[in-house]
Design a protein around this ligand. Structure first.
Ligand SMILES: Nc1nc2c(ncn2[C@@H]2O[C@H](COP(=O)(O)OP(=O)(O)O)[C@@H](O)[C@H]2O)c(=O)[nH]1
Ligand SMILES: [Mg+2]
Length: 198
C-alpha cells in the first residue's frame, strides 16, 4: 500500500467570497469541486483525518463560499462551492459560476482541480463544462468517483471505465469510499505528485 501523507496540522483559514479575501498564493494548492451533496466535505475530512474540519451538511448549497485550509504549512486545500443544487434560491445558484471563475482567474499556485462525481450518477453538463474549462486554463483535473460503496466491488471498475470514456480522460478516475477508506492512499499519492510535495 502506498505511504500515506502524515497530517501534522490541518487548519481552516478563511471562507472567502472574493479574491481579495484569499490567502496569499504562497503555497501550492489543490481545489475540490463537485455537485452539491456529492461528498466533497466528507472526502476532504477523510484526506485530512479530521472528523469535521470541512463541514458536512444535510442542507446543501446554502453557503456559497470558497473555503481555504492549510495543511502542514505546505499546501492549501480549497473547498469550492457545490453546484447543481435544486432547492436553493436562484441568486445563490447564479453566484456559483462567477465565484469559481473568479477563483480560477485569480493568480494562484493551483496544481490540480479535484472533480468529484457520485458513482451512481452520470456526468452532467456541469462536469463536462468544468473539464473543458480546466483544459483551456491548463489546470490538470483529478477525477474522483465517490460513494464507491454504493456499488458492488465488481461493478466499480466498470463504472470507472464509463466515466473515463464519457469524460474523455486518459486514465480511469480514482474510486473512493468514505465508509471503507478505499482509494484514500491512491488519492494522496496522486495529489502529492501533482502538488510537488513528497
Ligand atoms: N455511502 C457513502 N456516503 C457518503 C460518502 N461520502 C459522503 N457520503 C454522504 O453523502 C452526504 C453528503 O456528503 P457531504 O460531504 O456533506 O457532501 P458535499 O455537499 O459535497 O460537501 C452525507 O450524508 C455523507 O455522509 C461515501 O463515500 N459513501
Ligand atoms: Mg460540503
Amino acid at each position: 500500500m502506498a505511504q500515506i501523507y502524515p497530517i501534522r496540522e490541518a487548519k481552516f483559514l478563511v471562507s472567502a467570497v472574493k479574491p481579495k479575501q484569499f490567502p496569499a498564493p504562497d503555497l501550492p494548492e489543490i481545489a475540490f469541486a463537485g455537485r452539491s451533496n456529492v461528498g466533497k466535505s466528507t472526502l476532504i475530512n477523510n484526506l485530512l483525518s479530521r472528523r469535521n474540519l470541512a463541514r458536512t451538511s444535510r442542507t446543501p448549497g446554502r453557503t456559497q463560499t470558497i473555503n481555504f485550509f492549510e495543511i502542514n504549512k505546505e499546501m492549501y486545500f480549497v473547498d469550492l462551492p457545490g453546484y447543481g443544487f435544486a432547492r436553493v434560491p436562484k441568486a445563490v445558484r447564479a453566484s456559483w459560476r462567477p465565484m469559481v471563475e473568479g477563483y480560477l482567474l485569480s493568480d494562484r499556485d493551483l496544481r490540480a482541480m479535484v472533480l468529484i462525481i457520485d458513482i451512481r450518477r452520470d456526468p452532467q453538463d456541469e462536469e463536462h463544462n468544468l473539464l473543458a474549462w480546466l483544459e483551456q486554463r491548463d489546470v490538470p483535473p483529478v477525477v474522483i468517483i465517490t460513494k464507491a460503496d454504493k456499488l458492488s466491488r465488481g461493478k466499480r471498475p466498470v463504472r470507472a471505465e464509463v466515466f473515463r470514456r464519457e469524460l474523455g480522460l486518459i486514465s480511469p478516475p480514482l474510486l473512493f469510499s468514505a465508509l471503507t477508506g478505499e482509494g484514500r492512499a491512491e488519492i494522496w499519492e496522486c495529489l502529492l505528485e501533482r502538488s510537488g510535495i513528497h
